[in-house]
Design a protein around this ligand. Structure first.
Ligand SMILES: [Zn+2]
Length: 249
């Protein structure tokens, strides 16, 4: 017979439901009786027992993912209690989401910023598409150092679009746009380096034990937000240029 499984809501999160010994809050399995534990109220980092750092050992993460996939797999619990079956399903799905998010450098960074209280919604692809559908320009703050260039670029884009409607193509503007595009793509590439530098700064702040309200922690966080905004802005520009340059048929 299976032991009676208590409702996880009423559980002390640090007590194993089965052997009632004290265990780590984030533990997936009891170190004493090896029983699967109910899903804890955890974020993707703590699911993998990781600190909120941005440099992640991708190989170690992958190994841990496969290890946990095997151990949490619902097949393993086919003959266990219905609660344990449910937990294994919930945890397996959480595991997949956590892994998909953490292994991707940008998704990981955005996720961490969300945990730190930043809303990046407006930068998302979905928000851009939605604004376009409504015929509006998405409200995006132009990075100050790009103001002038973006102003010129938008004029050229408009001219190209207009020419397209008339069935004309201004080869000089097309050439200008092409070289603007190359410049923006270089910017994107160098923003990756800048992002990595900020990751290191962030990890140092975390290693120093700074809490979530620490001014330095907030300062680095906001620098990362500005960089991601700029990155997404430039990426949208590249997309606009590509759209306009694409020749029909
Ligand atoms: Zn136990």
């Amino acid at each position: 017979m299976h032991p009676v499984v208590p409702n996880p809501e009423t559980l002390n999160a640090q007590t194993c439901w089965s052997c009632v010994k004290e265990i780590d809050k984030a533990a997936h399995f009891c170190p004493h009786c090896a029983k699967l534990q109910p899903p804890a109220d955890s974020d993707y980092f703590s699911f993998f027992a990781l600190q909120r750092r941005l440099n992640i050992d991708a190989n170690a993460l992958e190994k841990e993912f496969y290890k946990l996939s095997r151990k949490l797999h619902p097949d393993v619990y086919a003959r266990a209690s219905s609660e344990e079956q449910q937990w294994s399903t919930q945890k397996s799905s959480l595991l997949n989401d956590a892994y998909r998010t953490l292994r991707d450098p940008i998704a990981r960074t955005e996720y961490l910023l969300e945990l730190e209280g930043v809303k990046l919604e407006e930068q998302s692809r979905a928000a851009t598409d939605e604004a376009r559908k409504q015929g509006k320009d998405k409200q995006q703050v132009v990075p100050p150092d790009l103001l002038e260039e973006v102003f010129d670029l938008n004029m050229q884009l408009d001219e190209m679009r207009m020419g397209k409607k008339m069935g004309e193509r201004d080869e000089q503007i097309a050439k200008d746009l092409q070289s603007a595009k190359i410049r923006f793509e270089r910017m994107l590439a160098s923003s990756n380096d800048d992002l990595r530098k900020l990751w290191n700064e962030w990890d140092q702040v975390i290693a120093s034990g700074a809490d979530i309200a620490d001014p330095q922690r907030i300062a680095v966080r906001d620098e990362i937000v500005a960089l991601l905004n700029r990155r997404s802005y430039v990426r949208n520009l590249v997309r606009d240029v590509n759209e306009v340059l694409a020749t029909e048929k």
